[in-house]
Design a protein around this ligand. Structure first.
Ligand code: PLP
Length: 716
C-alpha cells in the first residue's frame, strides 16, 4: 500500500492537534490517545510519568513531522483527534437535557487536592482521587462545572524506604512548562493576578488552568516575584508544614478561589466545598454581599443558599481546627470586613457555643453556611449525624440535616488497557458503536450482559484475569528491582521466585493511616505462613501506600510490612511496592484477585479503591464499612465479619483479624482453587460476573455526579 505524503498544512494541522490534545487530560481516559504519545517516545513515556506534554517537548517538531509520514500513524492520529473534537463539541450531553441552567451558572467545586494523573501529583490520597474523578464525570456528563485547587509545585512527597525500612520523603520540583497546565491570562495576555490578605499582608497569586475534558480546574499559585519569600512558598507542598501554613493555604483556597472566579467572570450557582479546607470561601461570599449593602444576617442567609458541603471522614484529625489567635491573626480583616467583633467571628467556627475558648473548626464553619451537607456513604451519613447532633441542637440524630451520597470512581478512566480493550471488543461484537463505549460502559444494561455466557465465556474472563495478574507481577518485579534495597546479593537467582503469576494475589494499597490497619492480617502470622507455604493452593500479598510525613505510627506499619517481606517466612510471597501513586494503584486494582480492606469500622467513610477493581475481575474482601456495606449482597465478593462492631477497639482488632483469616480460609481460597478439569474456577468466575453486574455501574462518579446534581446542585 502506498500512501500519498502529507502536505505541509496537513502536517501542521495534525501536529497542532497533538499539542492541543496533550494539554487536555481527556487523554488520561482515552487509551488510543495515550498509545500515540507512548509510541512517539516509549522511553520518554515511561520515564516522564506518562506525560504527553513532556513527551512532545522531547520529540522535536522535525521528528514529529517524519513520524506522521509513517504508514498508518497519521490515520490513527486523525482518528484520535476526531474523537477528541467530537467529545468537546458534543451538544447532546446528559446535562444538556437534565441541567442546562448550570451551563451559565456552573457548580464551583473547591478541593485542597485533585488526583487526575500521576504526572500531576497534587493529591495525598482518596479525597483527591474522588475530586479528580468527580471532575472527569462532570465533563463526561456535560455539566457546568469549574474546579478550584492549589498548584503545589513540589506536589505530594515521593516515598523511599531507608535501611531501617523507615519511610523517607523527598520532593520533585514540578515545572509547569512540562505539564498539561495553561497559564490563566488577562486581556493583555499577561498572567491574571489576584490577591488575598493573609496576616495583614497582601499576597498575590496567579493561576493555572487544567483542562479536564470539557471542564476547567484552576490551580492557584503564590509563587510570584512581588510576594515575600514566605508567601511565595505557600503553595509549595500539599498540606505542607504546620498549622500556620495550613491556615494560610486555606485562606488562599477559599477566599482566593472566589476572587479568581470573579476575575474570570464566572458566576457559580453553587459553591461545593469538598471537605472543610475551603470553608473560608463562605466569609468571602458574605463580605461581597455586605460590600454591596447587605447586613451580616442577610448576607449570611444568602451565602447559605449558595453553598454545599461534603464531609469525608469521622476521623478527628480530618477536621481542621485552628487556635483562636491564629484565626484572628492570619484572617486579618475577616472580622472588620464582616463588621463583627472578634468573638462573633470566632463563634462562626465554634462547635460548642457554650465553650468560648474552643478552637475554630472549619467543618463547623462549612456546616453553618451550607444549605445542604452530606456524608459519603449511608453509614457515614448516620455517623456524621450523630457527630453533629449537639452542634445542631437536634433532638435525635435523624433531625440533623446531613444526608449522604455514596462515593464513586470514574469507571472508564480506571479500566486498565487490556481490560478496556476486552470490554470494548465485546461491546462492538454485540453491535455497539466503538465511540459509544465510553458512555455505555457506565450503564446498568452494559454490565447486566456480563452474566450471559454468550456475551463472554468463563474461559475468556479467566484468560483476562491471567493477563492482568501477570502484568501486575511483572510490574511488581521491575519495581522491586528498582527499589534495589529489597534484594541482598545473590537474590537475583530467586528473583523469578518473587511472586507467582498463578497464585491467588491479595492486594492492599492506600494511605497508611492507622485506622486502615494495614498489618492486621499479620496478627495471624503463624496461620498466614501456613497459607503461603501451601504449594497446591498458594497465596501471596502485594502492599503499597504512603504514611503522612508526620505519622510515625503509620510509618511503623510500613516498617512492619516491609520487615516481614524481607526477613520472615513470608519472603517471596509478600512484597511492598514503594511510592504508591495513581499509576501503582492502576496496576494493582487490575492485577490482584482480591482487594483487602480492613479499616476500623466505622472510620472508613466510603473508600473508593475497592470500586476500581470490579471491571478487572478482582473482588473485594472487606470489613462491612463505607461503600462495601451497601455494595455487598452476599455473593459479589466477601465480607469480613458482620454489619456491626464491638465497642472496644482492642477487641475489635482481635475479632476482625480472626474473621479476616476465617473468610480467607473458608471462603476465598476454596472458591479460587475450586477448578474444573480444564483448570477453570467456574464458581469464582460466576462471582466475578455477579460483582461486575451489581457493582460496576453503581459505584461510579457517573452515577454519583448525577445524584449530586439532582439532589443538591439543582435544588436551590
Ligand atoms: C483510589 C485511591 C485512593 C483511595 O483508596 P481508599 O481505599 O479509598 O483509601 C488513594 N490513593 C490513590 C492513589 C487512589 O487511586
Amino acid at each position: 500500500m502506498t500512501t500519498k505524503p502529507l502536505t505541509g498544512p496537513e502536517l501542521k494541522e495534525l501536529a497542532d492537534g497533538l499539542h492541543r490534545l496533550s494539554r487536555n487530560l481527556w487523554w488520561s481516559w482515552d487509551q488510543e490517545a495515550q498509545e500515540i504519545f507512548q509510541e512517539l517516545s516509549p522511553r520518554g513515556w515511561q520515564n516522564l510519568y506518562h506525560n504527553p506534554v513532556a513527551v512532545l517537548r522531547e520529540v522535536s517538531d522535525y521528528e514529529l513531522q517524519v513520524r506522521l509520514q509513517e504508514a498508518g500513524f497519521a490515520d490513527r492520529v486523525r482518528k484520535v483527534l476526531a474523537a477528541f473534537n467530537a467529545y468537546l463539541s458534543e451538544p447532546n450531553t446528559w446535562a444538556a437535557q437534565h441541567a442546562p441552567q448550570l451551563a451559565k451558572n456552573p457548580v464551583a467545586y473547591f478541593s485542597a487536592e485533585f488526583a487526575f494523573h500521576e504526572c500531576l501529583p497534587i493529591a495525598a490520597g482518596g479525597l483527591g482521587a474522588l475530586a479528580g474523578d468527580h471532575a472527569k464525570s462532570a465533563s463526561d456528563l456535560g455539566l457546568g462545572f469549574v474546579g478550584i485547587s492549589l498548584f503545589y509545585r513540589e506536589g505530594y512527597f515521593q516515598q523511599a524506604i531507608n535501611h531501617d525500612n523507615w519511610q523517607t520523603e523527598h520532593y520533585n520540583l514540578l515545572n509547569p512548562k512540562n505539564l498539561p497546565l495553561d497559564p490563566v491570562l488577562n486581556a493583555d495576555g499577561d498572567p491574571l493576578v489576584c490577591s488575598v490578605r493573609i496576616f495583614g499582608t497582601t499576597v498575590h497569586f496567579h493561576a493555572w488552568r487544567v483542562n479536564i475534558g470539557r471542564v476547567p480546574v484552576y490551580l492557584l499559585d503564590t509563587n510570584r516575584p512581588e510576594n515575600e519569600m514566605l508567601y511565595r512558598d505557600l503553595t509549595t507542598r500539599v498540606y505542607g508544614g504546620d498549622h500556620t501554613t495550613r491556615i494560610m493555604q486555606e485562606i488562599l483556597l477559599g477566599v482566593g478561589g472566589v476572587r479568581l472566579l470573579r476575575a474570570l467572570g464566572v458566576q457559580p450557582s453553587t459553591f461545593h466545598m469538598n471537605e472543610g479546607h475551603a470553608a473560608f470561601l463562605t466569609l468571602e461570599l458574605i463580605r461581597e454581599k455586605m460590600a454591596a449593602g447587605k447586613s451580616f444576617e442577610e448576607a449570611g442567609a444568602l451565602t447559605k443558599q449558595e453553598c454545599l458541603f461534603t464531609t469525608h471522614t469521622p476521623v478527628e484529625a480530618g477536621h481542621d481546627r485552628f487556635s483562636q489567635d491564629l484565626v484572628q491573626m492570619a484572617g486579618g480583616k475577616f472580622a472588620t470586613n464582616l463588621k463583627l467583633t472578634p468573638a462573633q467571628l470566632l463563634a462562626l467556627g465554634s462547635e460548642h457555643p457554650e465553650n468560648p475558648n474552643a478552637p475554630f473548626c472549619m467543618t463547623a464553619l462549612a456546616l453553618r453556611f451550607s444549605r445542604a451537607a452530606n456524608g459519603v456513604s449511608e453509614l457515614h451519613g448516620a455517623v456524621s449525624r450523630e457527630m453533629w447532633q449537639q452542634f445542631y441542637g437536634a433532638k435525635t440524630p435523624a433531625d440533623v440535616p446531613i444526608g449522604h451520597i455514596t462515593n464513586g470512581i470514574h469507571l472508564v478512566g480506571w479500566i486498565k488497557g487490556p481490560a478496556r480493550r476486552f470490554w470494548r471488543r465485546k461491546f462492538v461484537e454485540q453491535g455497539g458503536k466503538e465511540a459509544d463505549f465510553v458512555y455505555d460502559a457506565n450503564t446498568v444494561d452494559f454490565w447486566k450482559k456480563v452474566t450471559d455466557p454468550a456475551f463472554t465465556s468463563d474461559e475468556e474472563i479467566w484468560a483476562l484475569r491471567y493477563k492482568l495478574r501477570r502484568e501486575l507481577i511483572e510490574f511488581a518485579r521491575r519495581r522491586l528491582l528498582l527499589q534495589g534495597r529489597s534484594f541482598n546479593q545473590g537474590d537475583f537467582i530467586t528473583f523469578d521466585g518473587m511472586l507467582n503469576p498463578d497464585a491467588l494475589t491479595i492486594g492492599f494499597a492506600r494511605r497508611f493511616a492507622t485506622y486502615k490497619r494495614a498489618p492486621l492480617i499479620f496478627d495471624q502470622f503463624e496461620n498466614v505462613v501456613k497459607l503461603v507455604r501451601d504449594s497446591s493452593r498458594p497465596v501471596q500479598f502485594i502492599f503499597a501506600g504512603k504514611a503522612h510525613p508526620r505519622d510515625d505510627a503509620g510509618k511503623s506499619f510500613i516498617q512492619k510490612v516491609i520487615h516481614l517481606s524481607k526477613y520472615s517466612e513470608l519472603k517471596g510471597h509478600l512484597v511492598f511496592l514503594e511510592n504508591y501513586d495513581i499509576h501503582v494503584a492502576r496496576q494493582m486494582v487490575a492485577g490482584c484477585d482480591i482487594w483487602l480492606n480492613n479499616p476500623r469500622r466505622p472510620l472508613e467513610a466510603s473508600g473508593t479503591s475497592g470500586m476500581k477493581t470490579t471491571p478487572h475481575g478482582c473482588m473485594n474482601l472487606s470489613i462491612m464499612d463505607g461503600w462495601w456495606r451497601e455494595g455487598f449482597d452476599g455473593e459479589n465478593g466477601f465480607a469480613i465479619g458482620p454489619d456491626s462492631h464491638p465497642a472496644d477497639v482492642a477487641e475489635q482488632d482481635r475479632v476482625d483479624s480472626y474473621n479476616l483469616y476465617q473468610a480467607l480460609t473458608e471462603q476465598v481460597i476454596p472458591a479460587f482453587y475450586n477448578r474444573d478439569a480444564n483448570g477453570v474456577p467456574r464458581q469464582w468466575i460466576g462471582k466475578i460476573r455477579h460483582a461486575m453486574t451489581t457493582l460496576a455501574p453503581l459505584y461510579s462518579t457517573w452515577r454519583m455526579v448525577q445524584e449530586y446534581t439532582n439532589k443538591y446542585y439543582l435544588t436551590r
